[in-house]
Design a protein around this ligand. Structure first.
Ligand code: FES
Length: 631
């Protein structure tokens, strides 16, 4: 098969690919991440590129009129047939800086306030022990390992001390290099202690650990100093698996294709390694000094990290290969830290309530307090946990992609250019917008959508079913080829040279999403015969809460109408739980128990959820007594 030179602009990156490679794939090999919401199926229209020169073959796909006018093609439907030069516009790229980390967010409690470790002893999963051994003699002739283990048993309470071959292979020289002075790094998990490193001399630092949140959309890594428990640095980026589809379902489908599972495994490891490399270099930390990593992700992400096929997670009756995942050495996963470091995964509850939620429940200390707590993580799947120190029950409802901007005409994630707040004048129906990054508006993110729907309803532009009142006198309300829509930003004010609108179809989509979440909450409450007023605390987890206005969310019927001071935003609880487990052996033990403790309510079994869902697809609900503050 012949090969061709592909040059990407403005990056000025060139590479050689085989005839027939599509541009999306070539860009990915070149390290250029192009948006591919539909996973390269040609339907989302997000992967626009321009062929500046050279021979390509074009297939079908959903190319808008405007794209055609601008000479843009879909990267996933453009196949390389000769040497080519391809321009990737800014709008088509996934950029690392677009990932908003919680510490940039004013609403999330600062970590000191949160006091993550309260209730747990500070006892990290790894620690270093300095030793001075008696040198062997002809009469004291125990082996190197026996000598080391005996000294460690004396200095620590550890009885069983495991060691793996790579450490053993280095042991003899390490002991003798500094005249029998050494530093042993011990990993303590599940009652087992392993010597994961033996360094010559007395090393002063206690090493580092990583807390890793593997989200479907983003990956976040915290570097934590194991001596102090302090966060050294953190960084987030897009999950490179996005090139195979935006949501877990597309990833699962890709995993079933030839080499698909390996593609996905390598992509997520690539994302994690990219963050680790940058963080360690910036903070002048050697990869060898990172001795443990705790990861938390949804069940599919955890499977893909370990190369487990997620096929049966998708198919009824939705069974994962494992909910408790074994620790794996970094060297076996290809993670760029000490090869002997353990990489640990949080246990899942079920296929759609994963380790990220268990980590969140751990960080929120739900199992430790009497207070009846509702934990909500809203994304494509709304995961909800209800309970306290007596019981914990969880469910997952398919909210659809609307809260992350999917399926919405101008939907986008919460990044620069996204409309996050909307105000509408009740007299003139004119609009003021708040945009993330103070940029020109290019779309609207999930919290912006909720705000927008709440305001449209408040000023009387839409009815309780989400339909526009056609008779309102404003140029912003109009009928287009695709139905009724309301203009949020005129083309001249926008960053996309066209009117940014919200359509009636968008509103209906959002109604279904919010209805699913509220129905999930109601189903959990009913299953425990509890009333919404019995909830003493509601924790909103995840990036979605970053910009969310609770009043708006209550007004559209997404969240329960209880005292607003019962709401708490905890940001990325997944990475916080991972950090807690990293710093406390008891917390790590507890997370394993939590996986068993949490009951899973399958919403698709029985009729409660469907009945609740139908009632919840109105603004705010068919039963207005559930929303007393709005009456
Ligand atoms: Fe190309 Fe969706 S249209 S990735």
């Amino acid at each position: 098969m012949s090969k061709h030179l592909v040059k990407f602009l403005p990056d000025d990156i060139s590479l050689t690919v085989e005839t027939g490679t599509n541009v999306l794939r070539a860009a990915s090999i070149a390290g250029i991440e192009i948006k591919s919401v539909c996973g390269g199926k040609g339907s989302c229209g997000r992967c626009a590129i321009k062929v500046q020169q050279g021979q390509v073959r074009l297939e079908g796909g959903n190319r808008s009129k405007k794209m055609k006018e601008q000479g843009l093609n879909l990267a996933c439907q453009t196949f390389i047939e000769g040497d080519v030069v391809i321009e990737v516009p800014k709008d088509s790229r996934l950029e690392e800086h677009q990932v908003v980390l919680e510490n940039e967010n004013h609403k999330v409690l600062a970590e000191s306030e949160l006091d993550l470790l309260s209730g747990y002893e500070f006892k990290p999963l790894c620690r270093k022990v300095q030793l001075t051994l008696e040198p062997p003699t002809l009469t004291e002739n125990a082996s190197d390992l026996t000598r080391l283990q005996a000294e460690l048993r004396q200095k620590t309470a550890c009885k069983e001390l495991m060691v793996e071959l790579p450490v053993l292979q280095q042991l003899a020289e390490a002991l003798r290099q500094e005249d029998w002075k050494v530093t042993a790094t011990l990993a303590c998990m599940n009652g087992i202690t392993e010597i994961v490193q033996v360094e010559p001399g007395h090393v002063q630092n206690d090493g580092y650990g990583l807390a890793v949140d593997i989200g479907t959309t983003t990956v976040v890594v915290y570097v934590v100093d194991l001596a102090t428990g302090d966060l050294v640095d953190s960084r987030g980026t897009y999950n490179k698996q996005a090139r195979y589809g935006d949501d877990v379902i597309s990833r699962m489908i890709h995993a079933g294709e030839k080499n698909g599972l390996d593609d996905l495994r390598k992509a997520v490891i690539g994302s994690i390694n990219e963050l680790i490399d940058k963080l360690l270099e910036k903070n002048n930390i050697s990869p060898d000094d990172v001795h443990v990593a705790v990861t938390a992700g949804n069940t599919t992400m955890a499977h893909l990290l370990l190369g487990l096929p997620p096929k049966y997670i998708r198919l009824e009756p939705y069974i994962p290969t494992a909910t408790e995942l074994p620790p794996v050495k970094a060297r076996l996963l290809g993670i760029n830290i000490n090869p002997e470091a353990w990489v640990l995964s949080f246990p899942a509850v079920a296929s759609y309530v994963g380790g990220d939620i268990v980590a969140g429940v751990l960080a929120a200390k739900m199992a430790k307090v009497e207070m009846m707590t509702l934990f909500i993580d809203i994304g494509t799947n709304g995961e909800i946990v209800l309970g306290n120190n007596e019981f914990l029950i969880s469910c997952a409802c398919s909210a659809g992609p609307a809260f992350e901007g999917g399926g919405i005409t101008f939907g986008m994630r919460a990044m620069g250019g996204a409309i996050e707040r909307v105000s509408i004048d009740p007299e003139t129906f004119d609009v003021s917008l708040m945009i993330i990054g103070n940029e020109k508006p290019i779309g609207i993110c999930g919290s912006g959508l909720i705000d927008c729907m709440a305001k449209l309803h408040r000023v009387g532009l839409i009815d309780r079913t989400g339909q526009f009142f056609r008779d309102k006198d404003t140029p912003r309300l109009r009928k287009s080829e695709d139905g009724w829509e309301y203009v949020l930003a005129w083309a001249e004010e926008s960053g996309v040279d066209k009117d940014v609108v919200i359509t009636e179809a968008d509103i209906k989509n959002l109604l279904r999403s919010k209805g699913a979440v509220f129905a999930g909450i109601q189903s959990l409450l009913k299953s425990m015969q509890l009333d919404v007023n019995m909830i003493e605390k509601i924790i909103i987890a995840g990036g979605f809460g970053n910009y969310l206005n609770v009043d708006d969310a209550v007004q559209i019927g997404l969240l329960p109408d209880v005292d607003r001071d019962r709401y708490e935003f905890m940001g990325n609880t997944s990475v916080k739980g991972a950090k807690l487990a990293l710093l406390s052996q008891d917390a790590y033990k507890e997370c394993k128990e939590l996986g068993h403790l949490m009951t899973y309510l399958e919403l698709s079994a029985g009729t409660t959820f469907m009945d609740e869902f139908v009632s919840a697809t109105f603004i705010p609900h068919t039963d207005l007594t559930l929303f007393p503050s709005l009456n």
